[in-house]
Design a protein around this ligand. Structure first.
Ligand code: 3PG
Ligand code: MG
Length: 398
C-alpha cells in the first residue's frame, strides 16, 4: 500500500491537522474507562510538535447530533488526558470551522468533536473544503475510523494541500497487511462471537486464505449444528447452517480446516452462579447451553497455534467474563502469548480478553480498530485509506 507518511513531510512552521480516533469508552460521569486509543495517538502529536508544526487535533466522540452541542459529547475529558500525557496545557477550541483556528508553531490545540459539524457524517464537500483550508498538511492517524467516509476522514484528504498517514495509521496498515497479504504459514485465524451473520463475510473471505479457521462462541455452535452435533439450547443460527457447510467444504478443498470442538463446557443457565459441566460434544443435552470450549478442544487449538506462522485473533471462544466459562479463552490467550508466530488481535472483546489474561506485551500487534479491523479482515477497501493512496499518486506525479 503506497501512501505518504507524516515522517516523509517537512512539518516545520506548517499548520498540521491530525485526525485521530479518540473515541474512547466513558462511564456516565464522563470518566475514561480505557485510554488505549489516546495513548496510541500521542506519538503523531508529539512528532508534529517536536518538528515545529502548529498542531491541531480533532476526533469524533460517540455519535452526537450534528449542530447540537451537549457536554457529554465534548472532547474536554480527552483533552485533559492528552494534556497530562504531553505534560503541557492544551486548549480546546469549539466552533472551529466557522471561527477558524489560531495556533503557533510548536503549539497544540484540540478541535471540539468533529461530528458536531453539520455535514461531517455525510462527507459534505463544502465542509471538507473549509476544514482543508485550515491546514497545510492533513494527517490521518485515525485507523479506528478508517472504514467511515466522513468529512474529517475522507473529504478533507481530497482537498488538503498534502494528505498523509500518521504513525498509528501506518503501523496498523503495515501489521494487518503483513498478517494477511504475505503471511508466514500456517496462517491461523480465530473468529469468534455470538453470530455467524455478523461475521459471515469475514468467515468466507478468510476461508479462502487461512490454513486453520478456528471458530468460537455462537459461531462455533452453528458450525457444530452443520456437522450434525447436538447443541441443546445454545445460541446459534440454524438458518446459516448451509453457509457454514459451504465454508467447511471450501476449506477442505484447499486442504485447510475448520476444527470443530470435541468437548465443551455447558450449563443450564447463563449466569455467574451457573454450575459448569464438561461434556463431549456429542453428549450435549437438550437443556444445555454451550458457554465455552472444553479442555481437549482448547489443547488442540493450542497445538495449532504453536505450529502457526501467523495468528489473527478476533473474538473470545467462551464467556470469559464468567470464571467457570473462561478456561478456553484463557488457554487460547496463553497459546497465543507463547506462540513464535506473528500474532495480531483486534476488536473490543478481544482487547478485553488480552488485557484480562495479561498478554498485552506478548502480542506482536494489537489493533485499535473495531469495525475498521473487521472490515480490513473482510478484504474491504477502507475509504479513509483509499483516499490517502490516491493522494500519494497525485503527489508523486506533481
Ligand atoms: C469505533 O469506535 O468503532 C470508531 O471510533 C468508529 O466509530 P463509529 O462506529 O461511531 O463510526
Ligand atoms: Mg463502532
Amino acid at each position: 500500500m503506497q501512501f505518504i507518511r507524516m515522517s516523509d513531510i517537512d512539518l516545520a512552521g506548517k499548520k498540521v491537522l491530525i485526525r485521530a480516533d479518540l473515541n474512547v469508552p466513558q462511564n456516565d460521569a464522563g470518566v475514561i474507562m480505557d485510554d488505549t486509543r489516546i495513548t496510541a495517538s500521542i506519538p503523531a502529536i508529539q512528532y508534529a510538535l517536536d518538528h515545529g508544526a502548529a498542531v491541531m487535533v480533532t476526533s469524533h466522540l460517540g455519535r452526537p447530533l450534528e449542530g447540537q452541542f451537549s457536554h457529554e459529547d465534548s472532547l474536554a475529558p480527552i483533552t485533559l488526558r492528552i494534556a497530562d500525557l504531553l505534560g503541557r496545557k492544551v486548549p480546546l477550541v469549539s466552533d472551529w470551522v466557522e471561527n477558524g483556528v489560531r495556533v503557533a508553531p510548536g503549539e497544540i490545540v484540540m478541535l471540539e468533536n468533529c461530528r458536531l459539524n453539520i455535514g461531517e457524517k455525510a462527507n459534505d464537500e463544502n465542509l471538507a473544503k473549509k476544514i482543508a483550508k485550515l491546514c497545510d498538511v492533513y494527517v490521518n492517524d485515525a485507523f479506528g475510523t478508517a472504514h467511515r467516509a466522513e468529512a474529517t476522514t475522507h473529504g478533507v484528504a481530497k482537498f488538503a494541500p498534502i494528505a498523509c498517514a500518521g504513525p498509528l495509521m501506518a503501523a496498523e496498515l503495515d501489521a494487518l497487511s503483513k498478517a494477511l497479504q504475505s503471511p508466514q504459514r500456517q496462517l491461523v485465524a480465530i473468529v469468534a462471537g455470538s453470530k455467524v451473520s455478523t461475521k459471515l463475510t469475514i468467515l468466507k473471505k478468510l476461508a479462502d486464505k487461512v490454513d486453520q479457521l478456528i471458530v468460537g462462541g455462537g459461531i462455533a455452535n452453528t458450525f457444530m449444528l452443520a456437522k450434525g452435533l447436538p447443541i441443546g439450547k445454545s445460541l446459534a443460527e440454524p438458518n446459516l447452517v448451509e453457509q457454514a457447510r459451504e465454508i467447511m467444504a471450501l476449506m477442505e478443498k484447499r486442504g485447510a480446516e475448520v476444527p470443530i470442538p470435541e468437548d465443551v463446557i455447558v450449563a443450564n443457565e447463563f449466569s455467574s452462579h451457573a454450575r459448569a459441566n464438561k461434556v463431549l460434544a456429542q453428549d450435549v443435552q437438550d437443556d444445555d447451553m454451550i458457554l465455552d470450549i472444553g479442555p481437549r478442544t482448547a489443547a488442540r487449538f493450542a497445538t495449532l497455534i504453536s505450529h502457526a506462522g501467523t495468528v489473527v485473533w478476533n473474538g473470545p471462544v467462551g464467556v470469559f467474563e464468567i470464571e467457570q466459562f473462561s478456561g478456553g479463552t484463557k488457554m487460547l490467550a496463553a497459546a497465543i502469548a507463547h506462540s513464535p508466530a506473528f500474532t495480531i488481535g483486534g476488536g473490543g472483546d478481544t482487547l478485553s480478553a488480552i488485557s484480562k489474561f495479561q498478554i498485552t506485551n506478548q502480542m506482536d500487534y494489537i489493533s485499535t480498530g473495531g469495525g475498521a479491523f473487521l472490515e480490513f479482515l473482510e478484504g474491504r477497501t477502507l475509504p479513509a485509506v483509499e483516499i490517502l493512496v490516491q493522494r500519494a499518486h497525485t503527489f508523486a506525479t506533481q
